[in-house]
Design a protein around this ligand. Structure first.
Ligand SMILES: [Zn+2]
Length: 406
């Protein structure tokens, strides 16, 4: 067992990161030796050409395991075992469980990373490591940052303290400003093979092997989606209903209803996902404020409760956006299959369980229509991400997906 076990199908990336972690260990040992001998350290311990560097941009398509890879790298940097990333030593285990004091992780569940959050991270980045050899600052979704925020971050990435390492994760290198990109070493994850994703679901989540294989294929190797399909019994039914909708819509009225249905089910799924945690956080805060069991909140403390509620509202919105985005990926996979059928291509279908609907859709339309629908889904995804009203965006999409005479 090592920290790389869950980074599936990414052998090339793992070998680069392992090399960097080994180089980092060498640098840290040199530094410790110098500190012991009283000789001053050179200004940069990680010059160009070294396998190790201070800023990394870890990219890969959604679901390919970017943050898993970043976390495993953080563990390998802190590892004290025989091989960096052993998975057995205390630092490795602490990093993987989120308990290591020198790995600061910003995993935003909101749509935007705020300037205050970035300033706090920069403060964290300035500290010396408490117990580890490196201070690692891991930012998931580094693309969710306004330009002004990014510019503040840039300064810290340019001249970090010698023991600080920044790990930024984004879907692609184009998702951050060129100024950030040019200061980071780029790591690109590929879409993992479906077989590797299925193996992970069986090993890590205890999924049934046949179900795991089906889930990996239906999710097109998106690890999070595959896990969802393999572990949530309602997920297949929701997916079937979703993919059935576009071929069964008869009128604009149907399209509007289907849109409402989709947005509503996204809301309720997001709510189930966040409700429990919201309640626990509120209880924690009430306890911290000494208000446990009290019905009324004194006016002086209301601002803190309100701040928590605002945070939770933003998180609920992000959860809803994620659920809708997953629906969009499912729809894309459906029209990809339709298009493949129309082109007479023999690529393996994603939706093996929907052969009849796919064949029907393929026979009743042409490839140009399928391409237009794929473009419409991409456009809807973009609008959902840019904060458009979900119902309006999905309605517009459903109207475009409605079967039309050729
Ligand atoms: Zn270790």
């Amino acid at each position: 067992m090592s920290v790389w076990d869950d980074v599936v199908g990414q052998e090339a990336v793992i070998s680069v990161l392992c090399g960097a972690a080994a180089a980092a260990r060498g640098l840290a040992e040199q530094r410790e030796a110098r500190a012991g001998s009283g000789v001053e350290a050179p200004p940069s311990a990680t010059g160009s050409g070294s396998a190790m560097t201070h800023a990394w941009l870890i990219t890969g398509p959604p679901g390919s395991g970017r943050s898993n890879a970043a976390l495993a790298f953080a563990a390998a940097l802190q590892c004290t075992g025989p091989v960096p990333g052993c998975g057995q030593c205390k630092p490795c285990r602490d990093v993987m469980s989120g308990a290591h004091p020198d790995v600061v992780r910003l995993a935003t569940e909101k749509l935007i990373i705020t300037l205050d959050e970035v300033k706090e991270l920069i403060g964290e980045a300035q500290r010396r490591p408490w117990t580890g050899r490196w201070r690692v600052i891991l930012v998931e979704d580094a693309d969710r940052m306004a330009e002004r925020t990014t510019n503040v971050l840039l300064k810290s990435i340019e001249e970090p303290p010698p023991q600080t390492v920044w790990l930024l994760c984004t879907p692609s290198a184009d998702d951050v400003l060129p100024t950030i990109r040019s200061r980071c070493r780029l790591i690109t994850l590929r879409i993992p093979p479906a077989g590797a994703v299925a193996d992970l679901l069986v090993r890590r989540d205890g999924a049934d092997p046949a179900l795991a294989a089906r889930a990996a294929r239906a999710s097109q190797s998106h690890i999070g989606l595959a896990r969802h399909l393999a572990t949530d019994p309602d997920a297949w039914e929701r997916r079937r209903r979703l993919l059935h909708a576009p071929v069964s819509l008869r009128s604009v009225g149907d399209a509007v209803l289907a849109a409402a249905d989709l947005v509503e089910s996204a809301e309720s799924e997001a709510q189930t996902r966040t409700a429990e945690r919201d309640a626990a956080e509120r209880a924690d805060l009430m306890r911290a404020l000494g208000l446990e069991g009290e019905g009324r909140v004194p006016p002086a403390l209301r601002a803190q409760i309100r701040a928590l509620e605002e945070d939770q509202k933003r998180r609920a919105k992000r959860a809803r956006t994620d659920v809708l985005d997953r629906a969009m990926i499912d729809l894309l996979s459906f029209y990809r299959d339709v298009l493949a059928a129309q082109m007479g291509s023999d690529v393996e279908r994603v939706n093996i369980d929907l052969a009849e609907q796919i064949d029907r859709a393929a026979a009743s339309t042409g490839p140009e229509q399928s391409l237009a629908r794929i473009a419409a889904i991409e456009e809807c995804r973009g609008r959902l991400r840019s904060n458009a009203a979900p119902l309006l965006a999905v309605e517009a999409l459903m109207i475009q997906l409605r079967p039309q005479a050729r």
